[in-house]
Design a protein around this ligand. Structure first.
Ligand code: MRU
Length: 375
């Protein structure tokens, strides 16, 4: 697709066909120069796409994994269409072994998807939902189970769409006409079903008639800010300025930003937030300059099973991402590299968490439990 074409509404992922169908996802490694869907017809292609960040962002990874369960089970269970009556005997022979293989294959598929990326809890949340649905139906014929799993994946997808709209509605109240906002990484439509979390707040503010300027951290080493967030904002004609990550401090020092808004990959029960590496630094900067630091995330990003951020597994990625941007070396061969993909921001630095159920403030265990309906 030519790049001058404006694509206001991007469907990050789309399922094509019925239970024997396939998944298409925007290949985010090609943006901003090329907008193209990648077709995933099997589990391996999808797992590779998640690992390589072709699909990325916590909610989008969860949605992709839900559809991935359907893809993975298609492979194990053979043809899905009901066989002809005249072939009844041979059918019973072929369906029974497939049914016996279903349980082990379900765990194998979930295991493969769960091993792609460790930090975003939405992945594990979606897989657990799919497992529960499959186990509740285990006495049913395989085509019935697959149809039902596809409906569950579509429900996860649609719920994310609704949650992002609600995050936008709640969050936009925090912004005023004429303000400038700094964001980090991409927590936009590309990271979710289609509207984003941090960017949803900005989209909803703009839709409410407010003029908002967005400063976009480029987000080293994979440039989700420069490549994806700046692209999304441009598609929607929202004024945006890209800066090197290390320019954020001086921007805040000069008073040019009135709020910092990011997404999240996992939020612990006490409100500690894991998000793209560099987020913690921004939270410290925001506190130093008395600027509100907001996190926008759906309830699927909370992990109430862990007490605090020290228990969040942090993904470390290949050093080559740092030493070879765009495939060209910028550091001496063989140098040691530190490349964590995420960091943890302590709850006391977060002014508020904007969730689909409302704005959580102050950010503490009790307020989170009250908002999410758990005590
Ligand atoms: O490594 P990525 O690109 O998947 O990291 C994405 C982020 O850190 C996002 O801020 C987060 O997932 C929230 S997306 C709504």
């Amino acid at each position: 697709m030519e790049m001058h074409k404006v694509i206001q509404h991007v469907e990050t992922l789309r399922w094509c066909g019925g239970p024997d169908g396939y998944l298409e996802l925007v290949d985010q490694t090609l943006l901003p120069t090329e907008f193209r869907y990648l077709t995933c017809r099997d589990l391996e292609t999808l797992c590779e796409a998640i690992r390589q960040l072709r699909v990325r962002g916590a909610p989008a990874i969860g949605i992709a994994a839900a559809y991935g369960v359907v893809l993975g089970l298609q492979q194990a269970t053979g043809p899905l269409h009901p066989p002809l009556v005249s072939q009844k005997n041979s059918v019973e022979k072929s369906v029974q072994p497939a049914k016996a293989a279903f349980g082990p294959r379900l765990e194998e598929v979930i295991g493969a998807l769960a091993s792609t990326r460790p930090t975003a809890v939405n992945l594990f949340w979606a897989l657990e939902r799919m497992r529960r649905r499959a186990l509740a139906l285990q006495d049913q014929p395989i085509p019935v189970i697959l149809e039902s799993l596809l409906q569950e994946a579509k429900a996860i997808h649609e719920e994310d769409r609704q949650m992002c709209r609600a995050i936008g509605r709640h969050g936009q109240e925090l912004l005023s006409d004429g303000q400038s906002v700094l964001t980090h990484c991409n927590a936009g439509g590309l990271a979710t079903a289609d509207y984003g979390t941090a960017l949803a707040v900005i989209y909803a503010a703009v839709e409410a008639g407010k003029r908002i300027h967005v400063y976009v951290d480029e987000t080293r080493p994979l440039w989700q800010g420069a490549r994806l967030t700046a692209w999304e904002l441009q598609q929607r004609s929202i004024p945006a300025t890209v800066l090197c990550d290390n320019a954020a401090a001086s921007l805040l020092q000069q008073g040019r930003v009135q709020a910092v808004i990011t997404g999240a990959d996992r939020i612990a029960a006490n409100g500690d937030v894991a998000n793209k590496i560099g987020t913690y630094g921004l939270a410290v900067l925001a506190a130093a300059h008395n600027i509100p630091f907001y996190v926008a995330a759906p309830s699927s990003t909370f992990d109430l099973a862990i007490a605090d951020g020290s228990q969040i597994p942090i993904e470390h990625r290949p050093g080559r991402e740092v030493t070879h941007p765009l495939g060209r070396p910028i550091a001496p061969e063989g140098v040691e590299v530190y490349n964590p993909a995420f960091d943890v921001t302590t709850a006391r630095l977060v002014t508020a968490i904007i969730c689909e159920r409302g704005v959580i403030r102050p950010v503490c265990r009790a307020e989170i439990a009250a908002c999410l309906g758990e005590s």
